[in-house]
Design a protein around this ligand. Structure first.
Ligand code: DC
Length: 228
């Protein structure tokens, strides 16, 4: 029999494969996958549309107060809504990702999304990914994983992904972008990206997707998850 509720927090830098892995772990364990980056991205999309500079903390903080971000699940896939609009597809651009990284440094932005994230994990077993899940959003999660990979490996994965979609890109630029995003996410004052003290470190640089999934399932079992 499975535990009533079990929460796996998975944090790590951009491009570490968190969403791919978390989606597979969720499927294997019958958990809900919660992608918190999508929520920051939805707020970033709002700022871009409203032409609010991501550098202007006061403008961003006041503009988002009335913005409603909601999450729903269709066929177990997370959908994110900006007001009534499903923006799940529109938020997957580099521009939105970089804007999300910039505005996520602001306390008002983080506070705006915290309850939503905690509520999603209040009544079902989840695997939630982001930058501060183990340290701030779910500090008492039953299992925590810090998933990383070298910037070179992360850049190459991203490069291949974009190429497959037929998008022109440059490997060095992608790596530079990843390094800058890491710096921003790790050095902000509020909820910076860092490994929680009780998180298991998984470096996926030399691992297959299957091996990473197994490592995370094993970490959950080691932390008390009962599987049939
Ligand atoms: O995981 P992602 O690339 O979709 O996240 C986009 C940005 O959102 C990321 O660079 C930093 C921010 N973010 C955050 O600050 N905290 C989270 N829990 C998730 C994302």
């Amino acid at each position: 029999m499975q535990n009533q509720i079990f929460r796996i927090a998975i944090d790590g830098p951009a491009g570490a494969g968190k969403s791919t892995i978390a989606r597979k772990v969720a499927k294997e364990l019958g958990f809900v996958y919660v992608d918190t980056g999508a929520m920051y991205r939805a707020l970033a999309l709002f700022c871009l549309r409203e032409k609010i500079s991501p550098e202007d903390e006061a403008a961003v903080s006041s503009a988002i107060t009335g913005v409603r971000i909601t999450i729903s699940y269709q066929d177990k896939e997370q959908k994110v809504f900006l007001g009534e609009e499903d923006v799940s597809g529109l938020i997957r651009t580099e521009e939105v990702g970089n804007t999300a990284s910039a505005i996520s440094a602001y306390p008002a932005v983080r506070a705006h999304l915290l309850d939503l994230q905690r509520n999603l994990a209040a009544s079902v077993s989840v695997i939630m990914d982001g930058r501060d899940i183990g340290t701030c959003v779910l500090p008492d999660a039953e299992a925590k994983v810090f998933l990383t990979a070298s910037s070179g490996v992360r850049a190459m994965r991203r490069y291949k992904e974009l190429k497959e979609k037929g998008i022109m890109c440059n490997l060095q630029e992608i790596e530079q972008d990843i390094i800058e995003r890491d710096q921003r996410d790790m050095n902000r004052a509020v909820s910076p990206l860092r490994q929680a003290e009780d998180a298991v470190l998984v470096d996926s640089s030399e691992m297959t997707v299957g091996q990473v999934v197994s490592a995370i399932v094993d970490a959950a079992i080691a932390h008390g998850l009962q599987v049939e």
